[in-house]
Design a binder for this molecule. Structure first.
Ligand SMILES: Nc1ncnc2c1ncn2[C@@H]1O[C@H](COP(=O)(O)OP(=O)(O)OP(=O)(O)O)[C@@H](O)[C@H]1O
Ligand SMILES: [Mg+2]
Length: 215
């Protein structure tokens, strides 16, 4: 089973260390001969990257924000992710739908039923409607306290619209992730992100290796 397409997502609040680990995992897979697509959300395609700019920098109500991130996701899935998985490639995606449930659901307070409907539409089978949903094969959840994440980001860069939110917002986002983990326990792998990079990396590698995906 080593050569089928694999869809692995990286999730967690801003500053948890997701982007720091993506490239190393790509190198690990390439080292065993796999073709790897490294991508991110919102974004990944030209259209979705345009939407990303709007979502990260323009003020809008929560439903508008959710519609935009799911529109970007649809384009990303259709243009990039599904074709890569069909070729048998490994897809590493920095954020995916769990972030929509965490940020627009938990952080912004949007009705989770609306998000579930969008998830079904955007990730549902092509035809007939209501086919099986596309979901990640594995989601690496970088679990870091909002206070710790804020300290990292303060040292790192200019904040975007989300990063400028207060700690209470991130506490709600973290709760949003936790709800998803509880709803999809077999898909998630929790990483204690409050450790030095090398130790977090060891767990990332172990999560993938234990699934037999590096053989
Ligand atoms: N294990 C770690 N220990 C300490 N600092 C770290 C660790 N991992 C990453 N960092 C640093 O913390 C900051 C945030 O890391 P990174 O950009 O990977 O987070 P992220 O989860 O991708 O955040 P965002 O969601 O905002 O993109 C960076 O400056 C990074 O160098
Ligand atoms: Mg990042």
């Amino acid at each position: 089973m080593g050569n089928s397409g694999r869809f692995i997502t990286f999730e967690g609040i801003d500053g948890a260390g997701k982007s720091t680990q993506v490239d190393a995992l790509a190198q690990l897979f390439r080292g065993v001969g796999r073709t790897v697509l490294v991508t991110r959300e919102p974004g990944g395609t030209a259209l979705a990257e345009k939407i990303r700019k709007l979502v990260l920098h323009d003020a809008m109500d929560p439903l508008t924000e959710a519609l935009l991130v799911f529109a970007a996701r649809r384009d990303h899935l259709v243009q990039l992710i599904e074709p890569a998985l069909a070729r048998g490639d490994v897809v590493l995606c920095d954020r995916f739908t769990d972030s929509s449930f965490a940020y627009q659901g938990g952080g912004r307070g949007l009705d989770l039923a609306v998000l579930s409907m969008l998830e079904q539409w955007v990730q549902g089978g092509q035809a007939p409607a209501g086919g099986p949903m596309r979901q990640p094969d594995l989601t690496l959840w970088f679990d870091l306290s909002p206070a710790q994440a804020a300290r990292r980001l303060a040292a790192a860069r200019e904040p975007d619209k989300f990063e400028a939110q207060n700690e209470a917002f991130f506490a709600r986002v973290a709760q949003g992730f936790l709800r998803r983990v509880e709803a999809h326990p077999q898909r998630f792998f929790r990483l204690d992100a409050d450790r030095e990079r090398a130790l977090v990396w060891a767990d990332v590698e172990a999560a993938v290796r234990s699934r037999g995906w590096l053989e």
